[in-house]
Design a protein around this ligand. Structure first.
Ligand SMILES: [Ca+2]
Ligand SMILES: [Ca+2]
Length: 428
């Protein structure tokens, strides 16, 4: 055996060994366990001839509206430091292809992944010897997770993150991320709030435009925009972009192709310190999208002076690589949520066995406008529990005794009653 000096990950643990001197049944001692991540193994006889290619990383993949997010721990390096990783992607119909060559980072966001498409990812590691062997069993499919962010509170849900720009956009039009929030206002109007995170707004150029454009049904595309005048003073608009998509094939494009048609002033705020522009529009101003309906092909774009007359993406100073969709939750979703109150009535409450008792939770209520009682969970106190959407049912007690029957109700948003609603049933 030879002396080893490779780096390893130490860990403390407890190893059981018999302490027979004091108590033959006590087995405690401290030990240290080392996990080797590369290099020559413990026994000289099993040494490879030299360094080898690394092992494949164990990849974890999740997907949300911002794309697919891959992470992995550093694999066995084969005896030479891992210098980079290669990310491969395929679909059920397209063959595996190299997506990106990475340095020694242990994560990658694929913002080019399209919603609704199932992707298969594989990551290989590279060291001085070469690339780890691709293996089909190391392929992963992203697990869909909820979008990051709370739609009820600003800035809301992260709709899209921009990747690195080529060439880099100047800081103030350099889009980093778009959020949408739908905070509750209380007047029955939906007011989606679009927040653009820019790279740096500390210096704002005059005559510039920050747009968010989206497809809406079969009509023209809708937009909200911030713009600066000759003096760099901000104002905010909403409107549409003609004509409706798709544009019919014609040798002469319609004269209003990609032309913004301003319809009115939106409410906006600019936080130069945070680098954010927030534009709030009433849903009735942008085609009246309702809860459950989807804004599609959402496209943040920034422009210099040309943004006043043409918002074609190819002339934008910056735009996002993907243009995802967002399904509105509606203004009522974020209204205040108070728990419902459960009320339990029973008749009769006393009688000879077998006793049939009629239970009702019909007097239960919820204080929030728009909330209804969505489910009733009856616990009869004899070990049986029934959950149903209607408020009344009958239950038979075949055994004599005293039973504490109770009711818990849930409202239509999942809020659960917290009050005690009980009836004592006595069976003789
Ligand atoms: Ca950007
Ligand atoms: Ca409620």
């Amino acid at each position: 055996m030879s002396t080893r000096s490779e780096a390893a990950t130490p860990a403390s643990g407890t190893l059981t060994t018999a302490n027979t001197a004091t108590n033959p049944l006590t087995y405690t001692a401290l030990a240290s366990i080392a996990r080797q991540s590369g290099g020559r193994p413990l026994f000289h006889d099993f040494d490879p001839a030299g360094a080898n290619v690394p092992g494949n990383p164990l990849v974890t993949a999740t997907a949300d509206s911002a794309g697919v997010h891959l992470t992995w721990p550093v694999p066995d390096n084969g005896g030479a430091a891992v210098t980079g990783y290669k990310v491969y992607r395929r679909t059920s119909t397209s063959p595996r292809a190299l997506l990106v060559n990475l340095g020694p980072s242990t994560g990658f966001d694929d913002i080019t992944a399209q919603a609704g498409t199932t992707y298969y990812y594989m990551v290989t590691a590279v060291n001085a010897v070469g690339e780890s062997q691709p293996c089909a069993s190391d392929e992963v499919t992203p697990m869909l997770i909820a979008s990051a962010g709370d739609p009820c509170n600003m800035p809301g849900v992260s709709v899209v993150k921009d990747g690195a720009d080529t060439p880099p956009a100047p800081p103030s039009p350099d889009i980093q991320e778009l959020f949408i929030a739908e905070p509750y206002v209380g007047d029955g109007q939906g007011r989606p709030a679009f927040t653009l995170q820019l790279k740096d707004l500390s210096t704002v150029p005059p005559n510039s435009y920050w747009y968010v454009i989206w497809d809406w049904g079969t009509g023209p595309r809708q937009y909200v925009a911030a713009k600066t005048d000759n003096n760099g003073v901000f104002s905010f608009d909403y409107g549409d972009v003609g004509p409706a998509l798709p544009i019919p094939p014609t040798s002469v494009p319609p004269s209003n192709t990609n032309a913004p048609n301003r319809k009115g002033a939106a409410i906006g705020t600019v936080n130069k310190l945070a680098g954010t522009i927030t534009i709030v529009v009433q849903d009735s101003q942008v085609g009246s999208p309702a809860a459950g309906q989807t804004l599609t092909n959402i496209s943040p774009r920034t422009f210099g002076q040309t943004g006043g007359t043409n918002v074609i993406s190819s002339s934008a100073l910056d735009k996002t690589d993907t243009t995802p969709a967002y399904t509105l939750i509606g203004s009522n979703f974020c209204r205040p949520q108070h728990p419902p109150t459960a009320v339990l009535n029973a008749s009769p409450t006393t009688g000879a066995l077998p006793l049939t008792v009629n239970f009702s939770g019909a007097q239960s209520s919820d204080p929030d406008a728009g909330d209804a009682i969505a489910s009733y969970t009856f616990n009869f106190g004899d070990g049986s529990v029934v959950t149903q959407t209607t408020p009344a049912l009958a239950h038979v007690y075949p055994v004599a005794g005293s039973y504490r029957a109770s009711l818990i109700v849930k409202d239509s948003r999942g809020g659960q009653s917290v009050n005690v609603a009980e009836v004592i049933i006595t069976v003789q």
